[in-house]
Write a protein that binds this ligand. Structure first.
Ligand code: MG
Length: 344
């Protein structure tokens, strides 16, 4: 028997965060708590207008599975996750929050970190980048100067001065860059920018074109840099369609429904010869700690979500200057700063 509690938190960002689609100053997030025999597991889904996930839709969908949860146990994690999938269908954000919480609870009840239960070495896997949101070149340089210790910077592009931005940032650091146009470019721009960006020390381009743009195969053929799918690779079924159009995929737990589907996507991407990255959606330490469990399996990771916040709501895996520090606690290692949520 698993008890459910759900709560909305507003996460203030250190800086308003702008990508090609818009700006966010406070990130709304929904935290799920699953309780079983005195243990509490935590999961998270941030809201996202692009994917139609609101506080209200998430809270409603998640609350609707309370009767199912009361009939389930993490003793049968797979059965629990299958039941949630059957109940929630395509609501990936709600599935993600519940999947994370179920894995955290599973690990806590067994007294082991989730990565350990999967046989993964937490010391393995890539360092994280730090993301610089769109702004004037001067303010983007100032943001970079605030966080000089990160090993890689991901630069959000999709403006009318993209090359100028990267040239200006390059004058202030010699660390590798990756860029993310968030669907903001045309085929011509993507191909034309790729050479100068390669010369500027950019290692790959994330999502140059709109999610379903048929020009992607042409970009992949002619780009001087590898191209990674993000908006084009939301759910498990998308991995297949990215082969031949991209060199790699960027999996996000909220988009695909959590850790279990993400692990299946990693396995399928490997079979297809795709490189694998995971990203985040400005989650708190709750979501970032869940993501940290699969990082040993990745080629690249963008897990700066909690580092972009002015105030966090939980303790767990800490990401500092790109390095992960796992707490000596079971599950995903998450505890809410204010203690467990009042039960439902
Ligand atoms: Mg992206």
């Amino acid at each position: 028997m698993i008890d459910l509690a759900v709560r909305h938190f507003a996460l203030p960002l250190r800086h308003p965060f702008t990508i090609s689609r818009g700006t966010v100053a406070v990130q709304d997030t929904v935290i799920v708590q699953l309780g079983e025999q005195g243990c509490h597991g935590y999961g998270e889904a941030t809201t996202n207008p692009y994917y139609g996930a609101t506080v209200e839709s998430l809270a409603r969908q998640i609350s609707a599975v309370a009767p199912l949860l009361r009939r389930c146990s993490t003793d049968d994690l797979e059965g629990l996750l299958d039941g949630l999938t059957a109940e929630l269908g395509e609501d990936m954000f709600a599935r993600c929050a519940l999947d994370m919480a179920a894995h955290d609870l599973w690990g806590k009840r067994l007294g082991r970190p989730v990565h350990g239960l999967w046989g993964l070495d937490p010391a393995a896997g890539p360092l994280s980048n730090y993301t610089i949101g769109i702004d004037t070149p001067e303010r983007m340089v100032a943001k970079l100067a605030e966080v000089p210790g990160w090993p890689i910077y991901k630069i959000k592009l999709g403006t009318d001065r993209d090359l100028e931005i990267v040239r200006e940032l390059r004058r202030h650091t010699d660390r590798p860059f990756r860029v993310d146009a968030n669907c903001g470019w045309t085929v011509r721009q993507a191909i034309d920018y790729s050479g100068p960006l390669a010369d500027l020390g950019v290692e790959f381009i994330e999502q140059p074109l709109a999610a379903d743009d048929p020009g992607m195969a042409e970009v992949r053929r002619h780009s001087a840099l590898p191209v990674f799918a993000d908006e084009s690779c939301a759910v498990e079924g998308d991995v297949e369609t990215c082969a031949g159009r991209f060199h790699g995929i960027n999996i996000k737990l909220v988009k695909c429904g959590g850790l279990a589907p993400a692990r299946r996507m990693i396995a399928r991407a490997r079979e297809l010869g795709l490189r694998v990255m995971c990203g985040c959606m400005t989650e708190s330490t709750v979501g970032i700690s869940a993501l940290a469990q699969i990082v040993p399996q990745l080629d690249h990771v963008d897990m700066d979500g909690a580092a972009l916040l002015a105030a966090d709501i939980a303790v767990g895996v800490v990401v500092e200057d790109g390095r992960r520090r796992y707490p000596d606690r079971p599950g995903t290692g998450v505890e809410l700063l204010d203690g467990p949520l009042p039960g439902a």
